[in-house]
Design a protein. Structure first.
Lengths: 275, 275
């Protein structure tokens, strides 16, 4: 690459860092890339760090020494996260979302990549500092949020299927009880999808009693893997305490009311904001 | 926001543009954000444009006049796309991917958000200049690629389900014939998911005879929507010409051989690179 001026380096380094969250990038990578001295690269990084942290985009961690380098950790400050979630609550409270049976139509919101990206960034922030190897979800609607979260964490996604698919090879299947309907379902994960002892962040779009997430936790047991955390976009508050199958999770939104008679929905910031 | 220096503005503008592909951002947005003159903002943008285009990150389009502004269009140059696809072919040719029945295990690759992002950028590039309103896929494995493509295009995703779900409201269902197995399947799309006359880019992870994609095309007919294009990550070359149900599509990878006896897989760049 031809020699770049500082102004050009700043643009290129910014996109380079944003593209590789959580990767430790040695200063020499940049020095070689730009034909610049390491001291110049350090000065560039100081400018980027100031802007990233000032704008609430996340941290720029600098590690000194031979094995050192720089690492971008996306993090959303609490006030920005709350503003995002309040807007989301407003959208969820639109009365035409109520479906027969008291279900809530959310597919339009789940279909917005930028909204998923923001939500994924908040979940990644919620598990800041937790050791995680992989993000897991079960098909279908939690998939975009799981990928958005994994992208922010620089991690892969493991996808649990409802049925055993020919394209997954040999798989481990379990039965689980949906907490809200007391009905029995199956979920299945390819044997080669998950290493033993992996630390897994479970992500889903919606949680009522927690039966589906509970199923994923049980499935992890079959792989000798561990739950590093559970993050959901929306939790339903319409669950009796004794019915809840899962107590340790982070939610961004809590639905406290979906009344199809008077067509009223109440959505509030989830437990992430009250802990 | 406090007044920023040029070096700081460059970092902030770079992330701002990368975060909002295809959005037309008026220069006044930046001028106000930074307390800077429009002429300074224009100079900043010229620097960013030079780096973005020099590094093959995409275009920075500047529109003059009162309704003008700047727009970032992600595009991957052909040589970078080919290098990415050649690496992907190498990964796909690992013989332990062969599953019983001659299927190929790809879930580990589909589980990498950064790989999906690159592939999505190539598909977005392939449909540069085409008028598109929404990206569509059918569950399950095409979802990450559809979101990655939609993110690059600044568009929403519409998700077709295999079964009619209670959380989707009233839906339109169709039956379709899987071209390779000649078996009948159902797919279903929520009535409110798609506006009439929408121009739709169909994205999927894998295509053999094209029956699934053909089903999505038929479903679009029910919504009076139009096919703007079809992009798939991997196509199977093991299909007789007369069996192929779809002829107009873009593929990034073409599998020419999956021989489970001698455990050999041959993967080559798809038709995107030969047209």
């Amino acid at each position: 690459m031809k020699k770049l001026k500082r102004s050009q380096r700043l643009v290129d380094m910014t996109q380079f860092l944003l593209e590789k969250p959580h990767d430790l990038l040695p200063l020499s990578t940049f020095a070689e890339r730009y034909g610049a001295a390491k001291s110049s690269v350090s000065e560039d990084l100081a400018i980027i760090k100031e802007v990233f942290e000032g704008e609430g985009m996340g941290e720029l961690q600098t590690l000194a020494g031979a094995a050192g380098g720089v690492r971008y950790i996306p993090r959303m400050p609490m006030d920005m996260a709350l503003a995002f979630v309040n807007r989301l609550c407003g959208q969820l409270e639109q009365s035409d979302r109520i479906l027969p049976g008291g279900y809530l139509y959310m597919s339009d919101l789940l279909g917005l990549p930028s909204l998923m990206e923001q939500a994924g960034k908040i979940i990644a922030t919620a598990f800041y500092g937790v050791e995680i190897d992989v993000v897991m979800t079960v098909e279908t609607k939690g998939i975009p949020l799981a990928y958005a979260t994994a992208a922010q964490l620089g991690l892969p996604v493991v996808l649990v299927r409802r049925d055993h698919q020919v394209t997954e090879g040999s798989a481990v299947s379990i039965n689980y009880v949906s907490g809200s309907h007391k009905s029995i379902h199956t979920m299945s994960l390819s044997r080669r999808a998950l290493r033993e002892k992996s630390r897994v962040l479970i992500v889903d779009d919606f949680m009522k009693a927690g039966g589906t997430v509970r199923g994923m936790v049980d499935l992890l047991g079959e792989f000798n893997a561990e739950v590093a955390g559970v993050g959901v976009l929306v939790e339903s508050g319409a669950v009796e305490k004794e019915e809840r199958l899962l107590h340790d999770y982070v939610s961004l939104v809590k639905l406290t009311e979906v009344d199809s008679k008077v067509r009223r929905i109440s959505a509030h910031p989830g437990n992430y904001f009250s802990s």
